[in-house]
Design a protein around this ligand. Structure first.
Ligand code: PLP
Length: 394
């Protein structure tokens, strides 16, 4: 009998974490690697949130919390959804989990049966596909390109739907493309979805606040989508709290209760100190984190400006998140410094080995022509990284 399960043997390693590990290894060998691979703000958690955590420690928050989160936190989540998204949820519709990642894993576990199809507009966040597969679902990739700003059109959605389609998962702002669906674009997708009332949408809005102008819209805002949407969000990105591990959902009550049941058998409630700190984070006005968003925007403009001068990097203009996702297929079939570049993985590895710049291959996000460059790094690092990239591809 084999040691490990088919389940784990069939699972891909997270490409972003794998690249970060490789970069760390090279750094350990003394190489001066610039890491543009991770989706992690390079800011400290704001002091007012840290103070709330310290207070929670001193107040002896050390016991198991309710599985689905403290009531005060769920109330703060409800306030946040109302204030920022005009979404009305009640307490039994909210589940707090160990990061948005666990929210997604819960949803897949409680909603998918073997063979259920899940539409993933490409590019999609790296873990969607494996979370779906782990739970017996079949990821159905819907290819998009830079021509539509990497957004799925209603016609593409319609064409991808089959009698087996159970769900559609997407992020807006999108990791990795930075694309943001406008309210009108979401309405056009909703017009297709309402014809298929058995299809549920996972709207991953974790980059909501990292938006450079066009404004955020939630698909659950539409009355005819509300009962078919699970809205996922969390504090990792906008509040620079990746390691605190708090995410949450607003969902139809039946789905929320099922996630609560699942979580009760797997992890129990999320970390109690982090939950107390997030009450303070969510009750604050979002303008409290605007200084980070402003800096990301400066960096986005910097990256786009620098990349516009790099041959063969064809990028859209990301409106949110902190990534650019240039199409680098210009290099496929070319040989650089004796190394043949056949695909985006080769190219990303080439940049790591020759330019000492860590990026992530687009394959991991369902788009084999692109690489993802994170600009959650200092302006000096960005300038140096793109200078090095230019040198090794010329
Ligand atoms: N969804 C998207 C689109 C992400 O980019 C990430 C993290 O990179 C997550 C979910 C997971 O977030 P969390 O840190 O809350 O688990």
């Amino acid at each position: 009998m084999q040691l490990l399960s088919e389940r784990i043997l069939n699972m891909a390693t997270s490409a972003t974490l794998a690249m970060a590990a490789k970069a760390r290894e090279l750094r350990g060998e003394g190489k001066d690697i610039i890491g543009l691979s991770l989706g992690e703000p390079d800011f400290n958690t704001p002091d007012f949130i840290k103070e709330a955590a310290i207070q929670a420690v001193n107040d002896n928050y050390n016991s198991y919390s309710p599985v689905d989160g403290y009531v005060e936190l769920k109330e703060a989540v409800i306030t946040k959804f109302k204030r920022d998204n005009n979404l009305t949820y009640t307490l039994p519709q909210i589940v707090v989990s160990t990061g948005a990642k666990q929210c997604l894993a819960n949803i897949a576990a409680v909603m998918l049966n073997d063979g259920d199809e899940v539409l993933l507009p490409c590019p999609y966040w790296v873990s969607y596909s494996d979370i779906v597969k782990l739970n017996g679902g079949v990821p159905v990739e819907v290819a998009t390109s830079i021509d539509t700003d990497f957004k799925m059109t209603p016609a593409q959605l319609e064409a991808a739907i089959t009698p087996k389609t159970k769900m559609m998962w997407f992020s807006s702002p999108c990791n990795p493309s930075g694309s943001v669906y406008s309210r009108e674009e979401l309405r056009a997708l909703a017009d297709v979805l309402v014809k298929h009332p058995n299809i549920y949408v996972v709207s991953d809005e974790i980059y909501e606040h990292i938006n450079y102008g066009s404004g955020h819209a939630s698909i659950a805002e539409f009355d005819d989508m509300y009962n078919n949407t699970i809205t996922v969000n969390g504090v990792s990105k906008a509040f620079a709290m990746t390691g605190w591990r708090i995410g949450f959902i607003g969902a139809p009550e039946k789905i929320a209760r099922a996630c609560n049941k699942m979580q009760g058998q797997i992890t129990s409630g999320a970390n109690c100190i982090a939950q107390r700190a997030v009450i303070t984070a969510l009750n604050a006005d979002p303008s409290a984190v605007k200084y980070m968003i402003d800096e990301f925007k400066v960096r986005r403009d910097l990256v786009l400006d620098l990349l516009s001068d790099v041959t063969g990097f064809n990028s859209n203009t990301p409106e949110g998140a902190f990534y650019v996702f240039p199409d680098v297929s210009y290099y496929f079939g070319k040989t650089l410094r004796g190394k043949t570049i056949n695909n985006a993985t080769d190219f990303s590895l080439y940049l790591l080995e020759e330019a000492l710049v860590a990026t992530v291959t687009g394959d991991a996000f369902g788009n084999p022509n692109c690489i993802r460059i994170s600009y959650a790094a200092s302006q000096d690092q960005i300038i140096e990284a793109i200078k090095r990239i230019k040198e090794v591809i010329s």
